[in-house]
Design a protein around this ligand. Structure first.
Ligand SMILES: Nc1ncnc2c1ncn2[C@@H]1O[C@H](COP(=O)(O)OP(=O)(O)OP(=O)(O)O)[C@@H](O)[C@H]1O
Length: 301
């Protein structure tokens, strides 16, 4: 049986319309299904746990953005329920990273007419003794501060309404670029300690995209072995703006201040609280341990 988890507040606000479209066009494929609407932050995690406990559902179809995907995976833990996504968020980086169709109506047709499956490996991270997973990326420093600005911004809703959703990240970037204080951090990758002074960002990626289509880790590939880690340090404020223009094409990696490498276990520690984002969810840490999630998930696209 299918279960739909629908976030009608996500970015493009098309979730309800897409769900109605599916009920009309593909009713024969979903004759038996359950529907859950998310009502508040964290609700998709609770819904997913209920679905898992019921033991009745083989496939969860998410209609929402990256935040909803993050919440669902954090409720799924080690389960073999397949996940389908119809991207209706502002950023939709998980859908991009999996090579999905970004038009939600076309994606709905593909999912119910000719679904393809792929295996996907999440990242696992631990903060203050609690374990979580992320689907796309976890980022520390500037990345986290921009995501926090985006999350808290009242502009987001308006830019979504006027279909200018990409601009919200540009707004977050410009707002933080003149105020961000570069951090002195300790990074440990697969047992090797790296002292990182004047650091702007450290991003650990499962696929190339973050921030709504920016190719932060252009060579990252979905795999069970390693993450792609991108660091930016000792860079001027003007050059960071240049970086965020070139990052859309993945050309920022040629800048000498940018480093890109692979690793499977990553620890980050900071003397001062550090803002991070995991699939857009933001919080503060002083220490974080990250490793590849061993179980693969079946993604339908
Ligand atoms: N009914 C609701 N009212 C308010 N917030 C909600 C509701 N349902 C879910 N949420 C919250 O909305 C947040 C944003 O959802 P989501 O990330 O799917 O959309 P988005 O931010 O537009 O997309 P993206 O992350 O791809 O940019 C989630 O963190 C979720 O907790």
């Amino acid at each position: 049986m299918y279960a739909f988890i629908i976030n009608y507040k996500a970015g493009s606000q098309k979730a309800s319309s897409v769900y109605n479209y599916i009920k009309e066009r593909h009713h024969n494929k979903i004759s038996q299904h359950k529907t859950y609407y998310t009502q508040y932050e964290g609700h998709a995690t609770e819904i997913t746990k209920t679905i898992v406990n019921s033991g009745e559902v083989q496939t969860i179809i998410i209609i929402g953005g990256d935040g909803t995907v993050y919440e669902v995976f954090n409720g799924l833990k080690n389960n073999d329920i397949a996940i389908g996504l119809i991207p209706t968020g502002s950023g939709n980086d998980f859908a991009r990273g999996c090579g999905m169709e970004l038009n939600p109506y076309k994606q709905a047709d593909l999912l119910f007419q000719q679904p393809e499956s792929m295996l996907y490996w999440l990242g696992e991270y631990e903060v203050s003794g609690n374990q979580y997973v992320f689907a796309s990326s976890i980022g520390f420093g500037f990345d986290g501060e921009v995501a926090q600005t985006v999350d808290q911004s009242s502009f987001k809703k308006w830019l979504n309404i006027f279909r200018l959703k990409q601009l919200i990240y540009v707004y977050g970037l410009i707002k933080n670029v003149f105020t961000y204080k570069p951090k002195n951090l300790s990074l440990n990758v697969d047992g090797e300690c790296i002292k990182m002074d004047n650091t702007w960002l450290i991003t650990v990626s499962n696929h190339p995209y973050f921030g709504g289509g920016m190719k932060i880790a252009p060579n990252a590939e979905v795999n069970d072995q390693h993450f792609t880690i991108t660091t930016v340090s000792n860079i001027s404020r003007m050059k960071i703006l240049l970086l965020f223009i070139t990052v859309f094409f993945g050309k920022h990696t040629s800048l000498k201040e940018v480093d890109c490498f692979n690793g499977s276990t990553v620890s980050i520690s900071s003397d001062t609280p550090l803002i991070y984002q995991a699939d857009g969810f933001t919080d503060e840490v002083d220490q974080c341990h990250i490793r590849k999630h061993l179980q693969s998930f079946c993604i339908l696209k």
